[in-house]
Design a protein around this ligand. Sequence first.
Ligand code: 76R
Length: 254
Amino acid sequence: RRQPPQTEEGWYVLHDFRSIDWDAWRNAPERRRERAIEEGREYLSTAESVADADEGDSATFAVLGHKADLLVLHLRPTLGDIDALERRFEHTALAEFTERADSYLSVTEVSGYMSQEYFEEGETADTGIANYIESRLKPEIPDTDFLSFYPMSKRRGPDHNWYELPFDERADYLSNHGEIGKDYAGRVTQIISGSVGLDDYEWGITLFGDDPTDVKELLYEMRFDPSSSRFAEFGRFLSARRMSPADLSAFLAG
Ligand code: 76R
């Protein structure tokens, strides 16, 4: 029997990618632009202070390349909270200058591969594990300069099918995978969120670091590890830099 790992879910995660209509922006009268900056800044700083919910986190990023211009990352306890944030943005004067470039919906997740005791003992699990689980389910967005986001799935091919492996084999793969990750502690932090049934791939991977080449080096090393080389299928990759809502005006002015 192929046993699924137990999982526990935490906050919902929305990666909200917007692109700016730069022609419309340049052609708009000064007053409209000022209102867009003011309402955009207000929206972003209110979201970042989590004024709309009891818990969660939000952060703003400037996206590199053609895929989008802005990324607003939201983590909230319910889908209702996420839905309200999406809608509230549409009602700002800034939204008049933006298009939806992309989006990704997922939920923070811990799986029972490494922490079987926690799932077996529940409430009585030792506080080390409980704290670890909590930090995965309710992550604070790390305060780093660089972000890399991509969705991924585990392969279901004729030769390599993740979902037909026995539990213990999957746990071994992930244990080796985790060892590689640990070498990058302090340089790369990740938020792994599950998206089965929520979006097109099975997980959203969001990596944070101050040096983009640390992220590149980690991913390259993982490509050679069997848990990625045999079983990983990737979607699109997006790179972004952290930006303060106060910098919106400079961002738009160029
Ligand atoms: O949480 C843990 O530290 C336990 C070990 C661990 C698990 C179970 C772990 C560690 N990961 C786990 C699960 Mn991971 N992870 C990815 C990617 O680009 C690629 O090749 C893959 C994308 C990265 C970069 C990454 C980083 N991991 C998973 C799963 C779920 C599998 C399932 O449930 O079936 C996916 C999809 C996935 C993908 N992982 C780590 C990292 C890093 C940096 C670590 C070390 C974490 C630390 O020590 O803090």
